[in-house]
Ligand binder design. Structure first.
Ligand SMILES: N[C@@H](CCC(=O)N[C@@H](CS)C(=O)NCC(=O)O)C(=O)O
Length: 209
């Protein structure tokens, strides 16, 4: 499999982190999104939406949308013994709770935490984005508080076992401070959760392909 990616991307890192967890090998093909490299004719042929990550399967089929890729890889590579828990629980309610976090991440977390980080760290600020920033940051704090309150109740987002919800939310949460919009010291339960994930034996950092 080939992962079309941009290393600083949290959306791409979700897939790299899951592959590390599942012990899957992927070949990384990097694009510089700041130079429009995902809008070339050849890239648009693999994702007409012009965005990484794209997972190219061995049969040449291409999947986009990070959380769809997470679900595909998890369902294709069931594991329970090695990690003592299923990343996507079989129980319908627990599985729905994982889905809740995945959909919530795209609507309430990523636009408020990942986008400001990108604008502030990649010199991508425009007048419109400057006007949007205070509201995004306020909503980002709401999202971080919701995660922190949840993590005060149990070890991981869906209970005391790690699931795909944690793999999905870890990438942009752990770098939320980049760009200066957020201070994770305000969220002690998130800090504890980050340390726990970083201590897992299969963990890889965002900088690793
Ligand atoms: N909802 C998509 C978002 C993907 C996305 O925003 N990718 C960004 C990098 S994190 C990108 O490729 N941007 C390049 C562009 O829009 O030109 C996902 O979860 O995969």
């Amino acid at each position: 499999m080939i992962l079309h990616d941009f290393l600083p991307s949290g959306n791409g890192y979700k897939i790299r982190l899951l592959c590390a967890c599942l012990g899957l090998n992927v070949t990384l093909k990097e694009y510089d999104i700041t130079k429009g490299e995902t809008h070339t004719e050849s890239f648009l042929a693999i994702n007409p939406n012009g965005k990484i990550p794209v997972l190219e399967l061995d049969n040449g089929q291409c999947l986009s949308e990070s959380n769809a890729i997470l679900l595909y890889l998890t369902e294709q590579n069931h594991l329970t013994q090695q990690h003592q828990s299923a990343l996507l629980p079989a129980d319908p309610i627990l599985k729905a709770r994982v889905y809740q976090w995945l959909f919530w991440e795209q609507y309430s977390h990523e636009p408020n935490i990942a986008s400001p980080r990108f604008w502030l760290t990649h010199n991508a600020m425009t007048d419109l984005k400057k006007r949007m920033l205070p509201d995004r940051i306020q909503q980002g704090h709401v999202a971080l508080k919701l995660m922190d309150d949840t993590l005060a109740q149990h070890t991981f987002l869906v209970g005391d076992a790690m699931t795909l919800a944690d793999i999905c939310l870890f990438p942009y949460t752990h770098v939320a401070e980049e760009g200066g919009a957020y201070q994770l010291s305000e969220y002690p339960n998130i800090q504890r959760w980050i340390k726990q994930i970083e201590a897992l034996d299969w963990f890889i950092p965002i900088t690793q392909g």
